[in-house]
Design a protein around this ligand. Structure first.
Ligand code: HEC
Ligand code: HEC
Length: 296
């Protein structure tokens, strides 16, 4: 981004007292799903890495250690059914709007939560689950912690365009492994971390993100040391010689091809079925190879 494109949003942002506020539309949305088990599986897969707390074994949120300090301290929210400390006040329509656009019911933008291409079927199951009486979403008064952005973090956020609400006609691919893999790489946000940078992602058409799946994005590990994401394209510097079984073991158990432990912030996805992890693997074999050697 060049300096000119920073000027207008920057000026508005400073003039508005550094508040990022969006207009929200009211969406009528009825979650039709009754499949709470599938809803829980999807919520773990899509929201769990940020919102699931392994100590309290519920969705009461935690600190996200992987965000660069320059952006600030980021805590995910408590999304249990508690109306004060959790997401109990969210209507199904407000949840659908938040997931599709990244904008909260009070008009705050959370760009990293943006899932514009999720099929209604999956969105339904997630919303039905969040409204269910499963123990992991029982009202909890635990506070996740308060997110504090630095001025640079706020300026960066003010550059990110919020998504427009799209009533998705996207169907979840069923029989085509390549399309299912593409859908999962999009909705499980693999490409957010495994492409060049968070700043050059294309949420509507993920494959157009800079350095798509070629790795090199700089994150922080659990001890806040810099860590760069590996290349997952079908190149010798990527996963060209990985087998499907090695790939599944890596993403479900956190053990790499060379038997080393894959560290935070790589989330584990043990809820993926064998068919789904195979689909991701098959899809990654079809994307353009990128030469980029990243030392783990
Ligand atoms: C990459 C991490 C990440 C993922 C994935 C994620 N969230 Fe969040 N979410 C956050 C953070 C961080 C906040 C708090 C941001 C803040 O306070 O500014 C948040 C806030 C929220 C809130 C509270 C909004 C408010 O009104 O304050 C809800 C509800 C929510 N998330 C639901 C979800 C659901 C449902 C999913 C899965 C479909 C999801 N999130 C996926 C990081 C994430
Ligand atoms: C929050 C960021 C993040 C997300 C989301 C993420 N990864 Fe990762 N991934 C990483 C990091 C960081 C590493 C390297 C960890 C290390 O060096 O120990 C990694 C490592 C890997 C590895 C091991 C590669 C190697 O060369 O050893 C594979 C395979 C992988 N990720 C696949 C995926 C898939 C598939 C998805 C989506 C389902 C995904 N990742 C989502 C951050 C992420």
């Amino acid at each position: 981004m060049n300096w000119k494109s920073w000027m207008l949003p920057g000026a508005i942002f400073i003039a508005s007292g550094c508040k990022i506020q969006y207009q929200t539309e009211k969406i009528e949305y009825r979650a039709e799903s009754r499949d709470i088990r599938e809803g829980k599986r999807l919520t773990m897969l899509v929201c769990g890495s940020c919102h699931y707390n392994f100590e309290t074994k519920d969705f009461s949120g935690k600190k996200l250690e992987d965000s660069p300090g320059i952006i600030g301290k980021i805590y995910s929210a408590n999304i249990t059914r508690d109306p004060e400390h959790g997401a109990g006040k969210y209507s199904p329509g407000e949840l659908a709007y938040l997931i599709r656009t990244g904008i909260s019911r009070t008009g705050r933008l959370m760009p990293y939560m943006h899932r514009p291409n999720m099929a209604n079927q999956d969105l339904d199951a997630i919303i039905a689950y969040l409204k269910s009486d499963d123990p992991a979403v029982q009202p909890s008064a635990r506070k996740a912690g308060k997110t504090k952005y630095t001025p640079i973090g706020r300026l960066g956020l003010s550059m990110v365009k919020a998504g427009e609400y799209r009533d998705s006609s996207i169907q979840k691919p069923k029989s085509d492994a390549v399309l299912l893999g593409k859908y999962l790489v999009d909705n499980l946000a693999c490409y957010h971390c495994h492409s060049k940078s968070f700043a050059s992602l294309d949420a509507l058409d993920p494959a157009k993100s800079k350095g798509f799946m070629g790795g090199g994005n700089k994150l922080r590990d659990a001890s806040r040391k810099k860590i760069r994401t590996p290349n997952l394209t079908p190149h010798a510097t990527g996963i060209q010689d990985w087998t499907e079984a090695e790939f599944r073991r890596a993403i479900t158990e956190g053990v790499a091809k060379d038997n080393s432990v894959i560290s935070y912030p790589m989330p584990l996805f043990p809820e993926l079925t064998e068919e789904e992890s195979a689909a991701i693997y098959v899809y990654l074999k079809t994307i353009p190879p990128i030469k980029n050697k990243v030392k783990r």
